[in-house]
Design a protein. Structure first.
Length: 402
């Protein structure tokens, strides 16, 4: 690491002389010492020789609390007023931080003044910057909320008009047959034909180690380069540090390691080959339509050809699907599959509310009408009924009893 000292510059805030050399405490034009408004900067790279660099402090100047003038860290008393260094509350960097914060507060106060002034003056147009900021915030909120809004719209109920119907049914016909089959166990009522020892599964067993070679990445020194950084010392000088940085490159080396090798060892088990009577699907009865008159196609079931029931047919599994054709408010034609109960209650050209369940399925949303039920309940208690109840109080019945 190699350090060099560079002389900086400062400006006099009294006579406005520019580019005063950093080793000078007083302005060469007006004689005023540098004070709390001083800011050091670089114009060129004027390096000090070793002898001059040794006389430069590595610490910042301190600010006199009484006359507010900067003094070297080597000075124990203020050169302007003689105040002791121990009573100083700020150094150059602390002073600059305070000055910068004051500048920010002044800018903020100015902006608030401009805002209040623009509110009182109605003829003054709004600042384009604020409108632009509002547009940016609104766009961000829209991007965040739109997926949520879209999700609610897509999953919530929507109103559609029914324009048509479709349906289809598939009835499976099964026949009782004698078939050859096999399994790892013998079913009840099966007639055994043969047994064999066959592979049931595989177990993994260690066999040997195998040498595997692979390329492993490593970091290797490839060279060096220098990085230069400049630090403000806060006393009219700057320190330039030249640092040596190591460069690395990735190299691959072949390494060998052992890896266990396993083999599949078969596990044998007895397998049964047999004959058994069972119901087997043999054909389908299909029907479909584009109306609400669903039915199962015509078919005839064969009767048994043997006393054991062989050859007999029966109805198997019934698969049925019911669809409604709809049009929504955006003139989108969509076909939905619904339950048979919903399908049978829907009328053509009727407007209904459905909830899209995804994959082409929908559920009809039924609306409750509690107001009509309340009116019906009130009608059940008319005043006429009370009169009839009075008439039913049996005076005639008393006479008949006599």
């Amino acid at each position: 690491m190699e350090d060099k000292i560079i002389e900086g510059y400062w400006d006099c805030d009294y006579c406005e002389k520019k580019a005063i050399k950093g080793h000078l405490r007083e302005c060469p034009s007006c004689g005023k010492a540098r004070g709390e408004n001083t800011e050091f900067y670089l114009l060129d790279r004027t390096y000090l020789d070793d002898e001059a660099a040794e006389k430069v402090s590595m610490n910042p100047d301190w600010l006199c609390s009484y006359c507010e003038q900067l003094n070297s860290d080597f000075d124990n008393k203020c050169k302007s007023c003689g105040a002791p260094k121990q009573e100083s509350k700020e150094n150059y960097f602390e002073m600059r931080a305070r000055e910068d914060e004051n500048d920010i507060d002044q800018n903020r106060s100015y902006q608030q003044f401009e805002t209040s002034n623009s509110r009182t003056n109605q003829t003054t147009p709004p600042k384009p910057g604020k409108f632009k900021s509002f547009c940016i915030v609104f766009a961000i909120l829209l991007l965040i909320c739109w997926p949520i809004f879209s999700y609610d719209q897509s999953t919530g109920p929507k109103t559609v008009k029914v324009t048509g119907f479709e349906w289809n049914k598939t009835l499976e016909i099964e026949q009782y047959q004698t078939v050859d089959d096999n399994d790892w166990s013998l079913p009840e009522k099966a007639r055994l034909i043969d047994t064999k020892r066959e592979i049931y599964s595989y177990d993994q067993k260690f066999d040997h180690y195998e040498t595997i070679k692979k390329k492993v990445p490593y970091q290797e020194v490839a060279g060096y380069h220098y990085v230069t950084s400049t630090t403000n010392l806060g006393n009219g000088h700057f320190k330039e540090t030249r640092r040596k940085v190591t460069d690395y490159k990735t190299v691959y080396k072949t390494e060998s390691y052992k890896e266990a090798v396993y083999i599949d060892v078969p596990v044998y088990k007895k397998k049964y080959y047999y004959v058994i009577n069972k119901w087997i699907p043999i054909r389908n009865i299909e029907s479909s339509g584009k109306n609400q008159k669903d039915y199962i196609g015509k078919y005839t079931l064969a009767k048994a050809t043997k006393k054991s029931g062989i050859g007999k047919e029966r109805e198997g599994m019934l698969e049925e699907h019911y669809f409604i054709k709809t049009i929504d408010k955006k003139d989108n034609y969509i076909k939905y599959e619904v339950s048979v109960d919903d399908w049978k209650t829907i009328k053509l050209n009727e407007s209904i509310k459905i909830k899209d369940n995804g994959d082409g399925y929908a559920t009809v949303v039924k609306e409750d009408k509690p107001k009509k039920e309340d009116k019906f309940k009130k009608e059940e208690k008319p005043k006429k009924e009370n009169k009839s109840n009075k008439e039913d109080k049996p005076k005639k019945e008393d006479k008949s009893k006599k």
